[in-house]
Design a protein around this ligand. Structure first.
Ligand code: APR
Length: 244
């Protein structure tokens, strides 16, 4: 599954940058974003739910969708792939984990240097993202911010919204400095995250893709591991430990 050449590259790297997408949480039972609308939500288009316009048009529908995803996360735990990434972080002087996921599973698994490009489902803030809300009561519909009165919303990045500036600036800066860039469990369909691997390649990085299915970036990868991340990441860490 893991070639000696790939191990050699990982052993000599000093700066390792990882980009994760929904696929890294799939083996924890978290549906990938586009599959998330199974069951109760199967008749809705995520892009029609995850937009400021959708929220303003139907705040309760959007609030309830995110509340159901938050409730689902309460029973979810990191999988072997998450834990392997936490172990990998310990091996390198410079390790950065950039995630598009909003499920906190990387932090729960132990990763310290997590750059959240799309926010975090566990955080709630007011509509203009001025105040974070620690608690709220949504028994009477969408709650309001106790500081400014605006409606509360999930602290995630919706389609059409800007990404957190510090997160995306840091993501591009560290990608440019990467010796190795590993893209895991992302369809690489959403910008600007999908540009990070290309940015890393321009900086001279070796590009590794872990995804059971090909993506638009597969033909740019130096190494392709077409396996579930929960299987191949522990194998990678075990192979590196053997060669300490
Ligand atoms: N291991 C690795 N990859 C997997 C696994 C797995 N076990 N299972 C599925 N995948 C891959 C799929 O092949 C797919 O390419 O994970 C990818 C998930 O793609 P998307 O559902 O498009 O999720 P993501 O790439 O994270 O989407 C990016 O777009 O929908 C918005 O804001 C949302 O953050 C999300 C962003």
């Amino acid at each position: 599954m893991i070639s000696d050449e790939l191990i050699q590259v990982m052993q000599t790297a000093q700066t390792v940058v990882v980009l994760t997408g929904a696929g890294v949480s799939a083996e924890s039972g978290v549906p990938t974003f586009r599959d998330a609308l199974t069951g109760l939500w199967e008749n809705f288009d995520p892009a029609q739910l995850a937009t400021p316009e959708a929220f303003q048009a139907n705040p309760k529908l959007v609030w309830d969708w995110y509340a159901s995803r938050r409730e689902m996360l309460a029973d979810v735990t990191p999988n072997a792939g998450h834990y392997a990434l936490a172990e990998l972080e310990q091996r390198y002087p410079y390790f950065y984990l950039i995630t598009q996921n909003v499920d906190s599973l990387h932090q729960v698994a132990g990763n310290k240097s997590v750059i959240e490009l799309h926010g975090n489902l566990q955080r709630v803030c007011c509509f203009n993202k001025l105040h974070v809300a620690e608690n709220w009561d949504d028994s009477d519909g969408v709650p309001n911010c106790q500081q400014c009165g605006a409606m509360l919303r999930p602290d995630v990045v919706w389609f059409g919204e800007m990404l957190p500036e510090d997160a995306i600036d840091t993501a591009f800066a560290v990608s440019k400095s990467a010796d190795v860039f590993i893209s895991i469990g992302t369809s690489a369909e959403v910008q600007p995250a999908a540009s990070l691997p290309v940015h890393a390649l321009r900086g001279g990085a070796t590009f590794i893709e872990i995804n059971p299915h090909p993506t638009m970036l597969t033909n740019r990868a130096d190494f392709v591991l077409p396996y579930p991340s929960g299987e191949v990441l522990p194998e990678l860490v075990a192979a590196l430990n053997l060669r300490r």
